[in-house]
Design a protein around this ligand. Structure first.
Ligand SMILES: [Zn+2]
Ligand SMILES: [Zn+2]
Length: 443
């Protein structure tokens, strides 16, 4: 990881690596790397904000992709560029409405009429200019026609709206002829694109295990080892357990076509209101993310994504950490909780009021991890933890108040050490248990 700009001598690095290998706890390993690395790490913590100029820039890229259409996947590329334009547009700016409207045109061409309707609505809500509304309402009318061929009422209402705004359009574009435009758009209208959604389902819920069916139950051996057994024959293809991951992440390179929370594909993503870095498939995912981790992540994600050396897996650890931190309420409380769980280890999964939910924060902390003495707990991981903490402490009041970079060099207090110890342990939990899924889509 190339984070050290004015580096230490080769001897100093070798000594640090040797000392690191001799430390046996997460806390001591973190402390060593913190002291060693902080004087050399220079992070530019400039804000990465939504700006009109960035939004315009990406809208122009989208326009270019869409109008030249010289790639096989020009629709995807223009949707992605318009989505970036949406993400960068400040809340309340006209750029937001323009970007939504432009994306709706691509979604229309892509026969994604439901998504197109969503973007039209968003564009109107964000204050789309009166002089352009006619075209938007025409598009809306046609989408409704495609989706509900037997309903005349809704497309007619949209058409009436299109006509209502015609005088505003004609002020700037006197030659516009709606009676010519409409048939042209009707000609473009095709069957809605078929979207095959696989939604797994549990037929009969398990009374004890959250997310499981009644086909399984949990048994315990005399030695207290837990295992799952079948209670009946299980049909081929039958779902017996469905659970969302405690936290998931997508490769940051594709984060403008995938939901930052549930990782599902989305062509009509909505942005975080505060940062330009992520999009969500729905308001539900947006709220879930904000309430569980993005309220803090939002302040640091831009900085983390800027570091070329930081791979997405590492950011998953931060997500997990912030989620548990939020759920417990504070750093010291989290440390107390983990110490308590550690003290009852080897008693199997933790039930709450007789119910087993594997996705609780308590059960997450029972997961195996690579110990501090393991070869897997490397200097590089500890260096990433140092980097995260340097950003976190400058951008948030996790240590009680926001710190400056200068104050943080060689800074040490109880809270900082807890932060280092826990984050390094989380890296090792993630490294040991994280599952990477690679899906190749053929479009
Ligand atoms: Zn989602
Ligand atoms: Zn954000």
């Amino acid at each position: 990881m190339n984070l050290i700009h004015i580096g230490p001598s080769v001897d100093a690095v070798e000594t640090a690596l040797l000392q690191f290998s001799q430390k046996t706890t997460f806390k001591d390993k973190f402390k060593l790397v913190w002291d060693f690395a902080t004087p050399y790490i220079n992070i530019n913590c400039d804000e990465i904000d939504k700006t009109v100029s960035h939004s315009v820039l990406w809208r122009e890229v989208g326009n270019r992709e869409y109008t030249t259409a010289n790639h096989q996947d020009y629709l995807r590329k223009s949707i992605e560029a318009y989505t970036k334009s949406i993400a960068f547009a400040p809340v309340g700016s006209s750029e937001l409405s323009l970007a939504y409207a432009n994306r709706s045109a691509v979604l229309f061409r892509a026969r994604l009429y439901e998504d197109c309707l969503l973007d039209i609505e968003r564009s109107l809500k964000a204050g789309y200019p009166d002089k352009l509304k006619t075209k938007l309402f025409l598009r809306q009318s046609l989408c409704l026609k495609a989706l509900k061929p037997n309903s005349g009422l809704e497309p007619s209402i949209s058409m009436a709206n299109a006509i209502q705004w015609l005088p505003d359009l004609k002020k700037n574009n006197p030659k516009y002829n709606i009676t010519k435009e409409y048939p042209k758009m009707i000609n473009e209208l095709k069957e809605p694109r078929e979207i095959i959604k696989c939604i797994p389902e549990i037929k009969n819920d398990n009374a004890i295990i959250v997310g499981a069916s009644d086909a399984i139950e949990l048994k315990q051996t005399k030695e207290n080892n837990q295992h799952v057994v079948a209670t009946r024959d299980i049909k081929s293809g039958e779902f017996i357990y469905i659970a969302e991951p405690l936290a998931a992440i997508i490769d940051s390179k594709i984060r403008f076509t995938k939901c930052w929370h549930c990782c599902h594909q989305t062509w009509a993503g909505i942005p975080c209101d505060n940062c330009p870095n992520v999009i969500y498939c729905s308001d539900i995912c947006k709220k879930k993310a904000w309430d569980s981790y993005h309220n803090i992540e939002c302040l640091i994600l831009g900085q983390l994504l800027k570091q070329e050396e930081v791979c997405t897996d590492y950011i998953l650890t931060v997500k997990l950490f912030l989620k548990t931190l939020n759920s417990v309420g504070g750093l010291v409380e989290l440390k107390k909780k983990i110490d308590k769980i550690d003290s009852i280890k080897n008693q199997g999964l933790i039930f709450t009021n007789g119910i087993l939910d594997c996705n609780t924060i308590d059960n997450f902390h029972l997961l195996d991890y690579f110990e501090a003495t393991s070869n897997e707990c490397t200097f590089e991981y500890a260096l990433f933890v140092v980097l995260v903490i340097l950003i976190l402490c400058q951008k948030t009041d996790i240590l009680g108040k926001k710190m400056t970079a200068n104050n943080l060099i060689k800074y040490k207090n109880k809270k900082l050490l807890i932060l280092g110890e826990l984050l390094l342990r989380y890296m090792m939990i993630d490294h040991r248990n994280g599952l990477a899924v690679c899906i190749q889509l053929i479009v």
